[in-house]
Ligand binder design. Sequence first.
Ligand code: SF4
Ligand code: SF4
Length: 179
Amino acid sequence: MKIKNWIKSLIFFEILVGMKATLTHFLRYRPITIEYPHVKKQLPDNYRGMLGLLKYDDGTEKCVGCDLCEAACPSRVIKVVSAEVPGEPAKRYAREYTMDMTRCLFCGLCVEACPVDALGMSQEFEWAVYDKRHLQLNKEQLLAIGDRAFPKREKRLEFQHPNVAWFNVACREMPEKEL
Ligand code: SF4
Ligand code: SF4
């Protein structure tokens, strides 16, 4: 027994037991780092990246300037100035739409609040800038992000749901949307 203990102390047996997990990983080494930015990781589908404004397949902006996203945003990122669509007094659009992305939490509440799915969260995350003013995005910049991130566009609502008034779009019982 004494010899056994003597050999154990000679080979630092307790330390080897303690280091077992470390040694196992060391001997089975597989790289887990990637050489960003040359190699990029596959992001999950529900990744919440930079926000963008979307259009219908005929190029019409989806946003109807209802301000619900502005009201839902906990960080006061969004500012919407709406106006009537010229010649169509029952319809409105966002004449101005700005986002101060320095304040955004990427919580997605604005996307959830939008009744016409006019906002989407893209997988863009490389938005580091030297000047914070470059993160004050206007409508054209947000539409460009939407175009890049969501090239597949939906039909206009009146063609998707011909029997449903356009202002009932939040109804949960509606049939599936056709793309
Ligand atoms: S993701 Fe959240 S914090 Fe950012 S604009 Fe939308 S509601 Fe506001
Ligand atoms: S909630 Fe949607 S439709 Fe209303 S202003 Fe915001 S983006 Fe536009």
